[in-house]
Design a protein around this ligand. Sequence first.
Ligand code: NAP
Length: 359
Amino acid sequence: MRTPNLQVAMVFPVVSEENILLDFFQAHLALSCILISVTAIAIAWFIRDSFKVEDFDQKHVFITGCDSGFGNLVARQLDQNGFHVIAACLTEKGESELKAAASPRLKTVLFNVTDSPSIESAVEFVRAEVGERGLWGLINNAGRSTPIGPTEWMQLEDFKKVLDVNLIGLIDVTLKFLPLLKKAQGRVVNVASILGRLALNGGGYCLSKYGVEAFSDSLRRDMQHFGVKVSIIEPGFFKTGVTRLDLIEADLQRLWNRLPEEVKHSYGPKFFDEYVKAQDFSMGLLCSSDISKVTSCMQHALTARHPRTRYSPGWDAKLIWIPLSYLPAFIADFTVAVLLPVPKDDRKSHANQVGVANT
Ligand SMILES: NC(=O)c1ccc[n+]([C@@H]2O[C@H](COP(=O)([O-])OP(=O)(O)OC[C@H]3O[C@@H](n4cnc5c(N)ncnc54)[C@H](OP(=O)(O)O)[C@@H]3O)[C@@H](O)[C@H]2O)c1
């Protein structure tokens, strides 16, 4: 005789969660294998990413551009973590402020990346500091942004000013420090930008950052044989000296004022104000004040046993600029066109003028 419970079970078979999962895996075997593999790879990657090197107090790090911004913060953070930091500042004021905010272990040098003799004396100073250990880390952070603006407003000198600091200076510093880095089998951390993946404005800045990307890629491949690892930081937009709107706007005004009347006329009387407003709007929208997102990537590149090749700190870098850099160029062109004003003599009005003249 059947028990009432068994009767119920025969009419309504027991459907447990395990059964549902088992049925799903059996029905979608290929999909399940892919999901399990992806999860396993992600977990393995996170574990590998979290391994750290040891003995920070036995390691020296040289950082350029420490007067302000990312360089200043990462110098203080690495100092707190026990590293021997040698911070290069452009000004005496920057140097004394940083010293006051750090431990006595942190050393500073006055240093202009465009001045080869000042790089050479910095290398000698560092050589004496590090001794036989060599240099563990070089963070190439110094940089400038202006002049930026429409390409037609630039002169050759404007490109050179930025390229000399952001690219040629960075290459000069790296080449001069390489023997000390090889001795320690150390790390090079080069600060590029998402503007090294997507040229959003005219002037030397994007060119310099594309150059930093290319230099770092070739350096990484050449140096892997010597145990020197190279990482690239590609920040989105952050509130620091290079994104200061008052400085950018004052420089844009300088570029505009020196334009020939004919060129100014082609842009129209409203263009300059609209361009400045567009800059204000997009910077206000995009610039993050949490610059520790960038410095924690720099720290990871120096302290992780397996540093990443590229870091893209900032929500805008991850969600907008890096994905956009992989899409067809017309999509990026459209995005930039939406953000910026249109000159008075644009293609359509020019075609209309030619049409009227021909009738
Ligand atoms: N902020 C962003 O949104 C952003 C995004 C992507 C990449 N970056 C890059 O991040 C790096 C750091 O910039 P930041 O944002 O921290 O701005 P920042 O506060 O202006 O820092 C740049 C530092 O470089 C120094 N410097 C300028 N010219 C130099 C030279 N010829 N020699 C040595 N040092 C020089 C500056 O000194 P002074 O202050 O005395 O001029 C300043 O301390 C730059 O390479 C920049 O291109 C910034």
